[in-house]
Design a protein around this ligand. Structure first.
Ligand SMILES: Nc1ncnc2c1ncn2[C@@H]1O[C@H](COP(=O)(O)OP(=O)(O)O)[C@@H](O)[C@H]1O
Ligand SMILES: Nc1ccn([C@@H]2O[C@H](COP(=O)(O)O)[C@@H](O)[C@H]2O)c(=O)n1
Length: 231
């Protein structure tokens, strides 16, 4: 097995299926995967009263403590364990507990805005963007936020129109251009999963014909790859 960490970035809009894809890969490569989520690094904001915290914009890159996350991603890549913060969505603040993350051959970095932060994007060897229509995502988000994140239907609607949708259009959607692979519907896309699993097997040396990490599978000559015209 390769002695380097393979960093897989998984981005996409809210409720697009990032966590589902992450869990599918983590299950397949069980014992070889560490997951780090951008959401764990939302700024604390406990200097503000609860009501004020409910009105903040949580969908712009400035909502996160990116410096801390980048530092911890680098630590994991260099083989060291980290104490990852945890986040309380119901209270809109960082929880007291931290979670120890141990380094693994595969590090999955997940979040809506990881490709919108160039320093995080650069650290990813494989960049995946889960692409799911906005109407499907908002339906999923309403259910999730009400059931799991302690929100009312009215608050989900108001937040979606005020910040989630405009920030998606401003930051998340353009960051799709950074992706190596765009995956419609994430974890249920079996063709994409199969291709991914083979690529990961190769770079980790789980495959007997393994190529070294980041070695191109195909050598592309840009000259001959140009589209010919009718001349
Ligand atoms: N391909 C899919 N088909 C149907 N439901 C899905 C699919 N992917 C995810 N979901 C559901 O949508 C919700 C949001 O998915 P999740 O993976 O948590 O999204 P994200 O991490 O992007 O916010 C969850 O309830 C999940 O079970
Ligand atoms: N206090 C907070 C912090 C974040 N959010 C929302 O979480 C979304 C990102 O998480 P996903 O699992 O959906 O990718 C993001 O769109 C934020 O609006 C929040 O509602 N409250």
């Amino acid at each position: 097995m390769s002695d380097r960490t393979l960093v897989i970035g998984i981005a996409g809009g809210t409720a697009s299926g990032k966590s589902t894809l992450t869990q599918t890969l983590a299950k397949h490569f069980a014992g070889h995967v560490t997951v780090i989520q951008h959401d764990s690094y939302y700024k604390n904001n406990d200097h503000l009263p609860f009501e004020a915290r409910t009105t903040l914009n949580y969908d712009a890159p400035t909502a996160f403590d990116n410096d801390l996350m980048i530092e911890q991603v680098k630590e994991l890549i260099s083989g060291k364990a980290v104490e990852c913060p945890t986040y309380d969505y119901a209270l809109h603040t960082r929880a007291k507990e931290t979670v120890r993350l141990d380094p693994s051959p595969i590090l999955i970095v997940e979040g809506i805005l990881i490709f919108a932060e160039p320093r995080l994007c650069e650290l990813c060897d494989i960049k995946l963007f889960v692409d799911t229509d906005a109407d499907v995502r908002i339906l999923r988000r309403i259910r999730r936020d009400v059931v799991e994140r302690g929100r009312s239907l009215e608050s989900v609607e108001a937040q979606y129109l005020k910040t989630v949708k405009p920030m998606h259009e401003l930051y998340v959607e353009p960051s799709k251009r950074q992706a190596d692979m765009i995956i419609p519907e994430g974890g249920s896309n079996l063709v994409a999963l199969d291709m991914l699993v083979h690529r990961i097997d190769r770079v980790l040396g789980l495959d007997p014909n393994a190529a070294p990490l980041n070695a191109p599978i195909f050598e592309v000559d840009p000259q001959s790859a140009q589209t010919s015209t009718n001349d």
